[in-house]
Unconditional design. Structure first.
Length: 399
């Protein structure tokens, strides 16, 4: 698997501007900037009257972290990976720039005086356009097995629509849309993580196959199937006892899967442990969702185990890895990368720490600390990667 080593025989254009050469560049840079700006705005909105003219504060926060920040990561990652899987060049230059501008417009317009229908329409265009850009190279060479990611993008687009329908005053479906977006992102992480994380651990820690990365194929298939059932149940029947026990079952199965990937050597390599920790937040969140059936006060913290934990930690680790590999650099950490990893893990752990009852009375302070750690993580990321994402590859290759 060479997901992180895309190259071809084309020579690198002489221009020092390479932002639109491959999708990871504009979308990872945009995601990093948005992670900082969105969290700063959210912390201000918690303590002031700051609010955009389109979304309510809570819907805006959920929408922008799931469909804004995470949407950019997903699209940048998939379009870059699909180029490698298919050998077909995905969109670049002007088409890529237009797609990135479409994403950016969705972030900016809610703070403008544009009509609500215009704001919704532009934001709703992004994911279907990205799905089309991802599908065309796959269809061109009839690599149908990788079409699995196209329905995931379209379901995410459906979740976006459900949120906008409520904001436009048509039907109250924002919570269903938010839950659907969260759950489908968890599924995407499970599918992609199960593809690449054990491979990275095996190679990065120089382990022999099949031990200790013993693959239980029936268990993996069962976990994925039950995960899809949980998504449907959680999106529309979040407090059902069936949903709760599905969450528990999938959480246990994913913990077993995680155990099959474990080796002590991975804890010596930050580029590995960040992915392992990030994935571990998914079974933890599922188990907390089960507990929330009996202790409803845990539900918000369970949700943030998925978002601040699985999404925040794993995306930062994966984005760092992909950015290094596709810029012609070795998959190695430095002090800035390491500081970003420490901050994002701490941000997630602090954010969900009020599951411990004795911390509940400090919840507002905890939110502030977690937010500052999140901002710090992405500032460290930008300090190192912003220039890397802008300039041509270090090895002179195209991409």
């Amino acid at each position: 698997m060479s997901l992180l080593n895309i190259s071809d025989n084309q020579s690198q254009p002489p221009s020092s501007f390479a932002l639109l050469q491959l999708a990871f560049r504009p979308f990872f840079l945009g995601a990093g900037l948005s992670a900082v700006i969105l969290m700063v705005l959210w912390l201000f909105s918690l303590n002031t009257a700051l609010q955009n003219q389109y979304y309510s504060p809570t819907i805006w926060h959920a929408h922008e972290m799931l469909l804004g920040y995470t949407g950019a990561i997903i699209v940048g990652f998939l379009l870059t990976a699909i180029r490698n899987w298919t050998g077909v060049q995905t969109i670049q230059h002007a088409p890529l720039g237009l797609l990135a501008l479409l994403w950016l417009a969705g972030r900016i317009l809610p703070w403008s005086t544009a009509p609500d229908v215009v704001i919704a329409s532009i934001d709703l265009l992004f994911l279907p356009c990205a799905a089309l850009a991802a599908a065309l190279p796959i269809l061109k060479i009839k690599q149908y097995k990788n079409l699995v990611f196209i329905p995931i993008l379209l379901v995410l687009a459906t979740a976006n629509l459900l949120i906008h329908l409520e904001v436009l005053g048509i039907i109250q479906t924002a919570m269903q849309g938010t839950r659907l977006a969260t759950a489908i992102i968890m599924l995407l992480i499970v599918i992609m993580g199960s593809r690449v994380i054990p491979f990275f651990i095996k190679n990065g820690a120089e382990l022999a196959a099949p031990f200790p990365l013993y693959e239980l194929k029936k268990l993996h298939l069962g976990a994925n199937a039950l995960m899809i059932l949980w998504i449907m149940a959680y999106s529309f029947f979040p407090m059902s006892i069936i949903t709760a026990y599905l969450a528990l079952t999938v959480g246990i199965l994913l913990l077993i899967r995680l155990f099959t990937w474990h080796h002590l050597k991975l804890w010596k390599i930050p580029m590995l442990w960040i992915l392992f920790i990030g994935f571990s937040f998914i079974p933890l969140g599922l188990i907390l969702k089960f507990m929330a059936y009996y202790l409803p006060q845990l539900d918000s913290f369970a949700t943030h185990t998925f978002t601040a934990g699985a999404i925040g930690v794993l995306t930062l680790g994966m984005v760092s890895r992909v950015s290094l590999g596709h810029s012609g650099r070795g998959i190695q950490h430095n002090k800035l990368i390491l500081m970003s990893f420490y901050c994002i893990v701490l941000a997630a752990l602090v954010r969900i720490s009020p599951v411990l009852p004795f911390l509940l009375s400090y919840v507002q302070t905890i939110y502030l600390i977690s937010g500052v750690l999140w901002i710090s993580a992405f500032l460290f990321f930008l300090m190192y990667f912003a220039k890397i994402l802008w300039v041509p590859r270090a090895d002179g290759q195209a991409g």
